[in-house]
Design a protein around this ligand. Sequence first.
Ligand SMILES: NC(=O)c1ccc[n+]([C@@H]2O[C@H](COP(=O)([O-])OP(=O)(O)OC[C@H]3O[C@@H](n4cnc5c(N)ncnc54)[C@H](OP(=O)(O)O)[C@@H]3O)[C@@H](O)[C@H]2O)c1
Length: 333
Amino acid sequence: MASEAKSMLAVYAEKRDVDNPLTGLTVGQLPTPRIPECWVRVKIEAATVNYHDVFTLKGIGHHPITFPRILGCEGVGTLDDGSRAVIYPVMISPGYIGDETKDAKRNVFSELVDGTMAEYVAVPRANILLLPKQIDPVSGAVLGIAWLTAYRMLFTKSGLRPGQTMLVQGSSGGVSTALIQLGAAAGMRVFTTGRSPEKRKLAGSLGAERTFESGETLPEQVDAVFDTSGAATWKHSVASVKTGGTIVICGGHSGFELPTDSFRLIADQLSIHGVYAGTIDEFRSLVSFVAAKNIKPCIGKVLPLSEGAEAIRLVSEGKTHGKVVLTVGDVAV
Ligand SMILES: NC(=O)c1ccc[n+]([C@@H]2O[C@H](COP(=O)([O-])OP(=O)(O)OC[C@H]3O[C@@H](n4cnc5c(N)ncnc54)[C@H](OP(=O)(O)O)[C@@H]3O)[C@@H](O)[C@H]2O)c1
């Protein structure tokens, strides 16, 4: 980094607005980050949008949010020595040992520290993994949050085995496309719901065996359901799982209050797991899996960082067709 650079382009939240989150969004110059001891500077090549960024603009988060706050939980970039790194998103409290996702004080980029939607970001050295050469920077940038969460939902929590059936609620979102691609690559039979014919077609192209309209009754109940949206899809999720089956949930952008018939949960012994991101070990396994299987994560839109407002609008309005990625400079896709 040119040592004289004092400011940089960043996409940031200036204030919270729960009803009109985009009104607090700014794309402009902010100071370059200070790099604390044991942290490193990452020159961002690609950062992605997650629904988490919309929640930050609404003022909803795991921690109280202070403003201005640079958005972005995940990304790929270069270190000062020129090597290319992918960022593990979960930061833990000093001295904490164990499953990172279970540290009560854990946080991800853009919560307590600035995020990745900027030319530079400060990252704890422990959160840096070198990106395998087989994974391009845009593909690598999506792995931190959406794909890591999908990996933990599928491989750590669902208990599914190859050949079993899974339903993914949603066809075009970041976590839902990751679930479809990971499930198909691992030999699961993937069913999805999608809110439009285009979204369902996308799911089919990513490896879904069957696609259904939102809320449509399935021809057979599945072994596990993966719900990323919450209230809007929950009743259908509960209805769609087999006796003794599992529902894994990671999000609630359509509402966190879930209408549940507890009789079905009890009588049919359903298991429900909530998931928060993933551990660094799961992240290493995910990166290896994607590289070894040559999986190309579904990228719907690549825009320059200067168009960060448009990128977040697309996710906020559900106009997704896979992940939305922001790039800095000339980045190979
Ligand atoms: N717990 C964690 O660690 C973690 C990590 C990542 C994400 N999340 C959460 O997971 C959720 C998804 O995140 P994302 O980044 O994948 O978001 P996204 O890209 O905007 O995707 C949203 C998904 O929800 C589906 N959906 C179905 N019914 C919906 C409805 N009525 N309203 C809105 N969406 C509906 C969409 O289906 P269509 O494809 O049919 O449009 C789409 O697939 C968010 O709530 C996010 O906060 C949590």
